[in-house]
Each structure stands twice: as structure tokens, then as C-alpha cells.
Ligand binder design. Structure first.
Ligand code: NAD
Length: 345
């Protein structure tokens, strides 16, 4: 297995491997860049089929965190941790303590948080061994689930895209299709409903669709039909790679703006959207509310300061959209350039 020559290595500052014989912990922490501050990123636990797969995942995710924090104007770098193991059967206090010791050994260059396979209670156990954690700061006004802040940030960014594309600030009558109405999607749908938008929803979990219909007056749509709807905005709020060769030709929406991470199946799909004149709000820019929330949980600060920071997504997206037009580049490429201008300083 190569490390420095790994295709995803790309300028990582530090990659640490840890094996703890007593607990069986096998973990990797990747720190991509700390020019703007300590590297913050979640700790994922997953039964990776191979060490190679775990390394690829942690490198890719940590780099993404550098871009996300830089574009959100946070004094944070990018990092991520993975524990190789099954989160349903492999989690013990000893293993989480060993993970805490591993994080502590890096002296604060990496700060951890929840991710797939780790919950608030797991981070609390890790926190028995290290203070380099986010999301559990005693006395924080914002403690807990970042989804409401993420949803608000996506709502702010969706309004920016509507203003840019349609020249209007009023969402009354705007038609929005949401793929996924879970923690973030449901709250986004509520903001949209409150602003007078017409919402169409799909979800593979039927109860989530029923809740959106009953509580928000949403129109339920099948998983296939959501793509072809004659709507103004398509909001991906489920899994990644939803914008791909199959789905782009079906889209009638003029805007793609939603919460999901890694929406574009490949970078090339951003250019395909641009050619079809579909305005794409880059995922890591519009869904940054969660990381901004984590930052304030750690640093402190009032709710007003947190919300004002999240509302900064508006200005950032406006700049991305206008630079994309001026420079004839897809919006995600402009976002990457802007983030690099900040963290390479
Ligand atoms: P969630 O699991 O609560 O919601 C996702 C919903 O999508 C679920 O209801 C699920 O049933 C549904 N879904 C899955 N596959 C689907 C499909 N093919 N078609 C339709 N629905 C499908 O997760 P969440 O916290 O709401 O996060 C949603 C997305 O936003 C994820 O991509 C996540 O990585 C991203 N995100 C979340 C946060 C946050 O603060 N929670 C922050 C940044 C990014």
C-alpha cells in the first residue's frame, strides 16, 4: 500500500496510523492542512474491506474538510479520522479510550467530532481521554445536533441562488423538489414552506415522507419521478453522487441547491450542469452550517454570532456565482479556487 504516492495523498501534512493491541483499535488520522487552524473533522467507524480502502477514505475526507472550513471563513484546517471496525459490534469503551489517547498524542493538531458510525455518546467516551473534541463543550449554547444549523444555511444559500437566477427574493410560489427529508431535508422543507414555497418530497423511508406531507403540506413523489418534475429548484438532501449521467438529462430545475455531501458523481458533472445552464450551489459551501456550528460549539460565542456567520453563506455564494459567470468556469471549480486562495496563504 503506497502512502506518499497515493493518488489521494495530495499535500497532506500528516497521516498517523495507530494500532492498540489491548483494545484491538486500528485507526488512521489524516491531517490535510493546518494553515488556517487546527484540523477539525469527524471520526468515522466503518468495516472497511481493506486498509487501502480506509486510507483512501480518510485522505479524501480530510482534504474535503480543509476546503469546507476555508470557504466558510473558519480558523480551522482539514482532517479526518477513521476507525476500521463494525460500529454495531466492535465498539467498546477500551477501543474508544484508545482512540482518545491517539487523538491526544497529536497535541491538538486534530480535533474530532461525530461522523458515520460514531454518536455523541461515543465522542463523550473519547473525551474521557482528550479535550480535542468538538460538539460537547460544557455550557455551550449550541451543543448537540448540527442539523438545524445546516438546514438554515442551506435555506440561506438556496435563497441566494434564487435571487441570482430569477432576480427575486420572495420565495412565494417557488417550486422545490427535495430528495431526502431526514434531519436536514425536513428542516429545510419547513423553512421553505414557511417562506411560501411549494414543496415536493421523496424519501426511501416512507415515514419521513408521511411526516413532510402531514406536517408541512408537502406533495409526495416517487423516487424516480422526483427527477422529472417541473420545478424551479432541485434540492439533494440524501446521499452523494446523485448528480450524474443518468439524472442530469432529466432535470427541469434551473437550480441545484441542497444539503447532501459530494453531490456531483464526478467533477466533470459540474461542467455539464453549467452547459445546461443549471445553477449549482457547491455542496460544501451551502451545507457548511454544520461545521460552523461545530466551530462555535468549541470556541464559544453567542447564537447571534453563529447565525450571522451562517448567513455569510449568502455573500460567499454570490461571489462564486458571479466569478463563475465572469471566468466561464463551473461553480464548484470557482469554490475550490477560492478555498485554495485562503488556505494556501
Ligand atoms: P439523514 O440520514 O437524517 O437524512 C437523509 C434522508 O435521505 C433519510 O431520510 C433517508 O431515508 C433518505 N434517503 C437515503 N437515500 C435516499 C434515496 N436514494 N432517495 C430518497 N431518499 C433517500 O441525514 P441528514 O443529517 O439529513 O443529512 C443529509 C445529507 O446532508 C447527507 O448527505 C449528509 O452528509 C449531508 N450533511 C448533513 C449535515 C448535518 O448537519 N446533518 C451537515 C452537512 C452535510
Amino acid at each position: 500500500m503506497s502512502v506518499f504516492s497515493h493518488p489521494e495523498y495530495q499535500d497532506h501534512e500528516h497521516v498517523a496510523f495507530n494500532y492498540d493491541a489491548r483494545s484491538g483499535l486500528k485507526a488512521i488520522i489524516a491531517i490535510h492542512n493546518t494553515h488556517l487552524g487546527p484540523a477539525l473533522g469527524g471520526c468515522r467507524m466503518w468495516p472497511y474491506a481493506s486498509d487501502e480502502e480506509a486510507l483512501r477514505d480518510v485522505l479524501r475526507l480530510s482534504r474535503g474538510m480543509t476546503y469546507k472550513s476555508a470557504i466558510a471563513n473558519l480558523k480551522l484546517g482539514g482532517g479526518k479520522a477513521v476507525i476500521i471496525g463494525d460500529p454495531r459490534t466492535g465498539k467498546t469503551d477500551a477501543l474508544l479510550h484508545a482512540m482518545g489517547d491517539f487523538i491526544e498524542s497529536l497535541g491538538g493538531r486534530y480535533i474530532t467530532a461525530e461522523d458515520s458510525g460514531t454518536k455523541v455518546a461515543d465522542i463523550a467516551t473519547i473525551a474521557e481521554r482528550t479535550g480535542h473534541i468538538s460538539g460537547l463543550v460544557a455550557g455551550s449554547e449550541h451543543g448537540g445536533d448540527p442539523s438545524p444549523t445546516t438546514a438554515y444555511g442551506v435555506f440561506v444559500g438556496l435563497k441566494t441562488a434564487v435571487r441570482y437566477r430569477f432576480g427575486k427574493s420572495d420565495l412565494a410560489g417557488l417550486k422545490v423538489a427535495l430528495q431526502g427529508v431526514g434531519n436536514v431535508g425536513f428542516r429545510l422543507a419547513k423553512h421553505l414552506r414557511d417562506a411560501g414555497a411549494e414543496i415536493y418530497v421523496t424519501d426511501i423511508f416512507e415515514q419521513n415522507v408521511d411526516r413532510a406531507v402531514a406536517e408541512l403540506g408537502a406533495t409526495a413523489v416517487s423516487g424516480d419521478a422526483i427527477w422529472n418534475l417541473d420545478v424551479d429548484v432541485f434540492a439533494p438532501c440524501a446521499l452523494g453522487a446523485s448528480i450524474n449521467d443518468d439524472t442530469i438529462p432529466k432535470l427541469k430545475a434551473a437550480i441545484v441547491a441542497g444539503a447532501a455531501n459530494n453531490q456531483l458523481a464526478t467533477e466533470a458533472h459540474g461542467e455539464v450542469l453549467r452547459q445546461r445552464e443549471i445553477l449549482y450551489a457547491p455542496d460544501y459551501v451551502i451545507n457548511a452550517g454544520g461545521i460552523i456550528d461545530a466551530y462555535y460549539q468549541r470556541q464559544g460565542g453567542s447564537r447571534e454570532q453563529l447565525m450571522a456567520h451562517v448567513e455569510g453563506i449568502d455573500k460567499t455564494l454570490e461571489e462564486i456565482f458571479s466569478r463563475s459567470e465572469r471566468e466561464n468556469l463551473p461553480t464548484h471549480s470557482v469554490a475550490n479556487k477560492m478555498a485554495e486562495e485562503r488556505f494556501f496563504k
